[in-house]
Write a protein that binds this ligand. Sequence first.
Ligand code: PLP
Length: 338
Amino acid sequence: MWRIRSSITRLPRAEVPPEVPARIHLDKNENPFDLPHGLKKELCDELSKIPLNRYPPAYPVELEEKIAEHLGLSPENVIVANGSDELIGLSLKVFDGNHVVISSPTFGMYDFFATLEGVKVIDVPLGENFELGDVEAHAEGARAIFICSPNNPTGNAHPRKRIIEVLETGAPVILDEAYVEFARESNIDLVKDYDNLIVLRTFSKAFGLAGARLGYAVASEETADYLRRVIPPFSVNSLSLKAGEFMLEHLDYVRHVIRYILGERGRLYREFKEYSYPSEANFLLMRLDAHNFLLKKGIAVKKLGGRLDGHIRVTIGKKEENDELMSALREFIDLTMN
Ligand SMILES: *Cc1c(COP(=O)(O)O)cnc(C)c1O
């Protein structure tokens, strides 16, 4: 007699943005730029040398070393996996405790992986200015307190002081820095002082490798050692590993793209200041119910719900794409506000 595990019967399918037919995709916080032709060719030449009949390295030590060098940390602190999403699930296997704490509105995958692990999700909603609430009240017995900074979909980063206060409870903290390359500061150095901290990073946003599914976790040597134990060997494919190494060898290009996106973010923010929240990420949260209007013009943005009903999250695209978005938004504002 077989039975479906009860935690699975409660598990909704992970919420992913629906694929919509659009000319301009500003809905998934992707980097608008694929590698320029010359670099893409160079990467493909390197990929063509990889023997596909052979397994990748059991553990991606080489990429971990390159990331550690990039961060000024030791390779012992870095764990590579298939996207930081996967690392959310793996991190939850490391700690004990029967609940996790999230602060809505935030990234949906925390809820998904917690439910998958069969632990309860306690939501301490963000405050009026999207600041962290009293998550410390639920620190006791927590398997993890999730802090997303900069937060998706609100775009604000949490002050370092506040993050330290949460760490001081001693509860495990999973700090998601998926957008940190667009922010003023990182808190990754706190892994040197706090064994209860795991920081998640990704190649999907600033590094432009969303299609390669590559992410990494950073933790103290001791915590990283435990996290390594729950990672199956041979899990990251050799093509993605090469792509990640390639990007770290072309940091000037990556920095150029980041500066471009920051410039465009500023332009969009200034133009629609009245309707936008300040952002330290590659997107803007806007108080405009323009999702359907934009879609009819071939522009996909993310429609938000719940407390952010009537808001959209707009990924910063290429200049031409942003120009089209801006003129469509002006038209929307003219039509609805007058
Ligand atoms: C995009 C995003 C990620 C990245 O996930 P990957 O699995 O590495 O692509 C992680 N956290 C947040 C909050 C995100 O928005």
